[in-house]
Design a protein around this ligand. Structure first.
Ligand code: ADP
Ligand code: MG
Length: 731
């Protein structure tokens, strides 16, 4: 009997596919004009300049660049211009676009048209609609801040992130980036704390810059997230309930060929995938997202896209657009985007390297070593601030990347360990050592090192060796936070970085301002302060191999925390130290921190719960039936031999025994998992999350082990799930 298998049909269909041509109105003789395309769907400052009266344009520009308060008459004029611009581009609706705690984006569309008394409709969109919205928000996670009966949540326009138009074959919508708060003003989203943390960071950075006579009026963090992802054929995806519902495979035996040949990294991009990438980039260009590089990653079917860096708020919004656009466009090409940190066991997972630096409003990168000793003293202060911040609050950086998906990746020798340390590189390390000792001769760079006077040697412009194993590495003119998960918003990591660095800058500035006011010599003070800070923070600096077991032992000796999983990490968020700091810099109130803690725990528990239900479903209804069918086939073959008078060979009987034993194992393990999931853990949400980690995950892994073993025994034509080999290599 030949069964119709969706898996086999998928393979046949995919083999016949060819790359899809790109369709766009910006084609010129069959070629794309990137200059015309770029930002064509963005309400940029340039568009505002051409469409707004000069005084209004100046007012809004002041709000965008300097955070000046916005007058409602200005908002009205901007709204009208925005509406006209959007309607000219075919927009019929507008939406306040926001970033709720789901980690996704949310939209509620309103039509531009309002009915009139005369039975007609007029386009209505004023400053009021632009500035504030009131979506029914009862179903977004609030972690206890807002009871469902207080459904009201407010969205507030964020003029610092430009409005844009989302095109869709069925209609076009004006999207206005907004912050999302409760009626008491508490943050319910990922933008509000980000903006607050940027404010705090700017204020403290300016104090340092002022000591050096800078005229800058604002400092902002810059971010460039390198996004990794997988693309597989949609036919396979649809045949895998685990991918559809959990974003990762919960079963799948290791394929004969994995990534060991290292033939995928930076290899030629398959044509179908390239077509998809090109169209994604076209769409992102229209949205003004400056995507720049694309390449194959280490694992088969894995790729990376990286933008040019932007201010952290815009970069955060843009990374959300990158993830969503990739998903949408992939679908048009019959491909499925997988953003999960570990879609395939035994194959490298995906991360998002968050490149982070500081820039003043004159465009100076504050983490770039300068040409003069004066500039370098300032650079070293900022570098020391970051080092001190990581040494004091590495636990919070760990919290910022803690979620169920990332637990599969961190410490798996493909991604940095869960121990947070900082990499400075040899040259910088040498300088730091000299400063600490107070002996100012640098052996590696030669010459005498004195900060703030003319004898300071030129600092290295490039951090020599690029350590790929460090979770947080200085890479010449920026830091690279490499432990961020591929699926997560970069808001959280940015919020933590901004706030902890603001705190250290505050500490440095307070000390130096005090010294200057007492008439002390600034250079000398900087020198001794740097030595002190380095001494106090150096336990967090590590330039070696972060994957090595020696480092784990050494880190323990140094007292660095090693929170190997989400459940161990999250309580650090609600420590007294964390609450005091976030509070002091106006980033989170205590209630807001607790609400986030609850949301993260809840999210962890729900994720594991969904995965365990899927594991049960797939094991019981797909794997077990296939194994039983095969068992009956083998048994039938043996009995036919017997009835034909042939003695069945031992190997055949062994096969049947092996199969029968493994089927028995699978059934037992299914029963165990079933029992584990039907028990309810006593206690608070932490107890629930802990139970998921300690009881459910191991039971789930045990079911998988039996299922994967069956995959290596059962006849291929009976196996219901697309295999790793098929998903990773057929496109
Ligand atoms: P790599 O060799 O790691 O690819 P790049 O310099 O090309 O190094 O940068 C990688 C990422 O870092 C890019 O997304 C880039 O925009 C970002 N980046 C570069 N400079 C900065 C900066 N000053 N602040 C934030 N991100 C930056
Ligand atoms: Mg990089």
């Amino acid at each position: 009997m030949v069964l119709k298998s969706p898996r086999r049909e998928a393979v046949a269909t995919i083999t016949a596919l060819s790359p899809k041509q790109q369709e766009t109105s910006f084609m010129d003789n069959g070629r794309l004009d990137a200059r015309q395309l770029y930002g064509s769907n963005v309400f940029t400052e340039e568009v505002m300049k051409s469409r707004l009266p000069e005084n209004v344009y100046k007012a809004i520009r002041n709000t965008i660049r300097k955070g000046a308060p916005l007058d409602h008459t200005v908002a009205d004029v901007v709204a009208t211009a925005m509406k006209e611009w959007a309607m000219e581009r075919g927009a019929t609706h507008y939406t306040h676009w926001f970033l709720p705690m789901t980690g996704l984006t949310a939209e509620k569309h309103d039509s531009f048209l309002s009915p009139t008394e005369l039975g007609t409709a007029i386009a209505e969109f004023s400053g009021k609609e632009l500035v504030r919205g009131e979506p029914d928000a009862s179903s977004f996670p609030s972690g206890g801040i807002r009871a469902t009966f207080e459904a009201r949540g407010y969205t507030a326009w964020d003029p610092t992130s430009p409005a844009f138009i989302l095109e869709n074959p069925y209609g076009t919508t004006l999207c206005i980036p907004t912050a999302f708060c409760s009626w008491t003003g508490e943050a319910l989203d990922k933008k509000t704390p980000l903006l607050r943390s940027m404010e705090a960071l700017s204020k403290q950075s300016l104090r340092i810059l002022k000591l050096f006579g800078s005229t800058a009026s604002k400092v902002y963090p810059t971010a460039g997230p390198e996004q990794e992802y997988f693309l597989i054929d949609k036919h396979f995806y649809h045949a895998r309930p685990d991918l559809i519902n959990a974003g990762r495979t919960l079963f799948g035996a290791k394929p004969p060929k994995g990534q060991e040949m290292e033939d995928h990294y930076f290899g030629a991009i398959p044509e179908r995938v390239l077509a998809c990438m090109l169209e994604t980039e076209t769409e992102l260009y229209k949205l003004g997202v400056p995507v720049k590089t694309r390449h194959n990653e280490v694992a088969p079917a894995q790729y990376e896209i990286a933008p040019i860096f932007e201010n952290a708020n815009v970069a955060t919004d843009h990374n959300m657009l990158v993830m969503e656009t990739m998903k949408r466009v992939a679908s048009r090409h019959g491909l499925q985007l997988l953003l999960h940190e570990k879609p395939f066991a035994g194959v490298n997972g995906s991360g998002k390297h968050l490149n982070w630096s500081l820039s003043d409003d004159h465009g100076n990168n504050l983490l770039k070593p300068g040409d003069t000793p004066h500039e370098n003293a300032q650079f070293l202060l900022f570098l020391a601030a970051v080092t001190r911040a990581v040494s004091k609050h590495g636990d919070l950086l760990r919290v910022a990347i803690a979620h169920a998906g990332n637990d599969h990746r961190l410490g798996a020798n493909e991604a940095p360990p869960a121990i947070i340390s900082i990499f400075l590189g040899d040259m910088l390390q040498d300088i730091v050592d000299q400063i600490e000792k107070g002996s100012m001769t640098s052996t590696k760079s030669g010459g005498t090192l004195q900060i703030g006077v003319s004898t300071l040697p030129t600092l290295p412009r490039d951090a020599g060796d690029r350590n790929r194993t460090s979770p947080f590495a200085f890479t010449g003119n920026k830091f690279e936070f490499r432990a961020v998960g591929s699926s997560q918003s970069i808001s959280g990591p940015n919020v933590v970085l901004n706030t902890i660095v603001a705190e250290s800058l505050d500490y440095l500035a307070t000390h130096l301002e005090d010294a200057v006011s007492k008439g002390k010599d600034l250079n000398k003070e900087i020198q001794s302060l740097l030595a002190k800070v380095i001494k106090e923070s150096k336990q967090v600096i590590f330039n070696g191999d972060n994957y090595s077991p020696e480092w784990h032992a050494e880190a323990e000796k140094r007292g660095l925390p090693n929170r190997t999983n989400t459940v161990d990490s999250l309580p650090d968020l609600i420590s007294a130290k964390s609450i005091a700091m976030f509070n002091k810099y106006g980033v989170f109130t205590e209630r807001e921190i607790h609400s986030r803690y609850e949301i993260f725990l809840e999210n962890y528990k729900k994720t594991i719960n969904i995965e365990s239900q899927l594991t049960l479903q797939i094991a019981t209804r797909m794997i077990l039936p296939a194994a039983l069918r095969y068992q009956s086939e083998v048994a039938h073959a043996i009995s036919s031999l017997k009835s034909a008078g042939v003695h069945p060979p031992a190997t055949e009987v062994n096969l049947l025994n092996d199969l029968t034993t493994t089927i028995g194992e699978l059934q037992e393990r299914i029963a165990d998992l079933d029992a584990a999931t039907s028990k309810h853990a006593e206690g608070d949400s932490f107890a629930h999350a802990k139970y998921s980690r300690d009881a459910i995950i191991p039971a789930m892994n045990a079911v998988r082990a039996a299922g994967d073993k069956l995959e290596t025994i059962v006849a291929d034509d009976l196996w219901p799930l697309p295999t790793y080999q098929e998903m990773l290599f057929i496109k």
